[in-house]
Ligand binder design. Structure first.
Ligand code: SF4
Length: 327
């Protein structure tokens, strides 16, 4: 298993967490094995656990939180030494497979994970081992991702230039993949393909139309949109933005091997970071903005699909426009 080097630092801070995931409003589906275990829990606690699950096999939301969350912010299941369902046990970790090749990371939607990722001053490295994947598309995208990491972590140049170069490089990679040429990476020649100036407002306007979990998110987007249309943010902490870019690239870029479309994954990383910068510009607290973005966008498959569709078939978020958003 391959992970970012910060992966093992994660532990749940439970009672100390200001944004406990058990209050997140998510529908947590309980897997069949866990349901069977819940049936075997005896006594009053067993009845409580079974009563906490609704007819759709999801944990209920009562007074805005999971019924098994205790007043001190810890899960009653843990206190009773009962095994959690898969989703609760895994969160905020995520796992992805490409045949036998496996990577794991932690999601920035969790407050503790966001702290680890965004407060890290060092360049992130990947650690661990996994069996290789022989797929030629995977291999070229895997090698290209290493190059993208190098570009994004070159601290001799500013972060927005690094993001533009990474996007440019990925566009050239995509051209190779489009003609089924998987033999070697692009001989990277930076190009100037800017079309017109847009700000993050255009992307924010688009994501305002997507599914929303927490109504507060809509307020946040409205404020960021207003700020971006009057004075677009183009200033941000270089290292924090680098860490967020590397996080998105780690999590999504290799998924381009599933659909031969690494460019959409790179665009998603770039517009996501620009949006978090815009949110911070309007509201402050970069980590909290990144956490909310992750909850509302990353954790909603329909939203991610809608964004990828817009990248492929829409005009507003085409490649040159995203370069201009950064530049
Ligand atoms: S959001 Fe993260 S730190 Fe907070 S309770 Fe959930 S897993 Fe623990």
């Amino acid at each position: 298993m391959v992970t970012p080097d910060y992966y093992e630092q994660f532990y749940c801070i439970g009672g100390e967490c200001r944004n406990n995931c058990c209050k997140g409003g998510w529908d947590i589906e309980v897997d069949d094995d866990a349901l069977a275990r819940f049936e075997r829990i005896s006594g009053e606690f067993g009845a409580r656990v079974r009563g906490a699950v609704n007819d759709d096999n999801c944990f209920r939301h009562i007074d805005g939180h999971c019924p098994l969350l205790s007043d001190d912010g810890w899960c009653e299941m843990v206190r009773h030494n009962e095994k959690l369902c898969v989703i609760c046990d895994e969160y905020p970790r995520f796992t992805e497979y490409w045949d036998d090749y496996c990577e794991r990371g932690i999601s920035i939607s969790c407050e503790a994970a966001a702290d680890i990722i965004l407060k890290n001053k060092e360049k992130v490295r990947l650690t661990g081992k996994s069996k290789p994947c022989a797929d030629p598309v995977f291999k070229i995208i895997y090698r290209a991702r290493n190059r993208v990491f190098e570009i994004l972590q070159d601290r001799s140049i500013d972060i927005f230039t690094r993001m533009s170069l990474a996007l440019d490089y990925t566009a050239q990679l995509q051209e190779r993949i489009n003609i089924d040429d998987y033999e070697c990476e692009p001989d990277f020649k930076p190009t100037d393909c800017r079309n017109r100036h847009i700000s993050a407002a255009e992307y924010i306007e688009f994501i305002k139309g997507l599914e929303v979990l927490n109504p507060h998110w809509t307020d946040m987007l409205n404020k960021a949109y207003e700020a971006e249309t009057t004075s677009p943010a183009h200033d941000a902490d270089e290292v924090v933005c680098e860490q967020l870019m590397v996080y998105f690239v780690f999590r999504y870029f290799l998924k381009g091997a599933f659909d031969c479309d690494p460019l959409s994954k790179m665009k998603f990383a770039a517009v996501s970071v620009m949006t978090v910068i815009a949110l911070e510009n309007a509201l402050g607290d970069f980590a909290e903005c990144a956490r909310m973005y992750s909850i509302e966008i990353e954790h909603d498959e329909d939203n991610i699909e809608a964004i990828y569709d817009e990248f492929l078939f829409g005009d507003a978020l085409e490649y040159g426009n995203i370069l201009n958003m950064i530049g």
